[in-house]
Design a protein around this ligand. Sequence first.
Ligand code: FAD
Ligand code: PYC
Length: 417
Amino acid sequence: MTRFSAFALVKNALTGQKGWEAQWPDSQPKQEYDVVIVGAGGHGLGAAYYLAKEHGITNVAVVEKGWLGGGNTGRNTTIIRSNYLYDESARLYDHALDLWEGLSQELNYNVMFSRRGVLMLAHNVHDVQSFQRHVHANRLNGVDNKWLTPWEAKQFCPILNIDQDARYPVLGAALQRRAGTARHDAVAWGYARGAAARGVDIIQNCPVTAIRRDASGRVAGVETGRGFIRAKKVAVSAAGHTSVVMDSAGVRLPLESFPLQALVSEPVKPCMPCVVMSNAVHAYMSQSDKGELVIGSGTDQYTSYSQRGGLPLIEHTLAAICEIFPTVTRMRMLRKWGGTVDVTPDRSAILGKTPVPGLYVNCGWGTGGFKATPGAAHVLAWTVAKDEPHPINAPFTLERFTSGRLIDEAAAAAVAH
Ligand code: FAD
Ligand code: PYC
């Protein structure tokens, strides 16, 4: 596969752009694989990439019901941060952040990781206490986070309204300087390209309809829209649909699926240098490299598998955004969309082995799994290859919902859900 480089760009510019190859082949399913991964989002594709690259397991298929990256990976608002409260989460998300920093070089694919900083606003005394607790906990874990006064926050983000008579006055903010954004679909494409170059089959338009087990109870393969595929191991990374897929193997998961929406404005010149989030008012905003303001909030408050949400939530979000950033009031919104996010009771992921031998799961990322993509994929590949958890994902078990060893990140989840 051609490496992207300045030389390749010049060469193709001079030869009519005819030398570029397909990024990955359109693979047809084989009868049997060592590993089948269900779901070609960033997490599934990333796991396939690391299985091939770090563990030498290349007889792998990633089976996707729609198109690659068409789930939450291509629908999210691209915020990356690691300022979670608990030690277990700090280790997982900071591992991901470490990988984000070198991902474009690792994949030879520009994922446009931008360390522009994420500012989380405090609007009341509870917010101030809670975010200051986060700042201290993060620092103890070696995760950068800093408390800013309202004026310091405005210096960091000049369009922020810090008028103390506002309905949601800004009383301070927590800044993770190392956090930022990345181009979401480039992440899926980069992992797909890297995995395919190492021999992984990426099979699109092929829904997995059931997971089959043999007489001993071990996983035997997957039923798909294109027939049965035998597999020694199966890893499910199907986000909002994970509970349905896993149910077919007899594994019940503590998940609820909700719609999560986002919207973008018409493009404007650069006016917002960072990401700003507000948990209390349910709104966050950043500016894409195209110039659109990228806006979102919490989940719609009903369970659903539809990839769209209701208008009332969007109106509520925009009302909050207009108060925090009065300059947005005269802008036009271009489009809105939704994804289906899978939410656990403690708002932390389930990542590892299941009670079924040979079956692994990566789910429960709720509204916040994009930032985890490289880290989660990396430790999932380890778990599948070695049939044991990596120390980083060891606490993120399914058993914690019976043992009670929860990782209760609900308050840290930046977006209400
Ligand atoms: P997905 O990308 O959804 O991939 C799962 C794939 O499985 C899909 O492609 C789906 O089609 C496929 N699939 C499902 N069922 C089957 C089946 N039966 N057979 C075959 N394939 C199947 N996170 C952040 O960290 N920061 C953010 O700013 C952020 N913003 C968000 C904004 C919105 C609007 C949404 C919806 C989500 C946001 N998230 C954010 C969450 C984040 O997008 C997800 O947690 C993350 O992308 C999950 O990645 P994934 O690869 O597990 O899932
Ligand atoms: O987890 O940072 C996050 C997030 C932002 C928007 C949706 N999720």
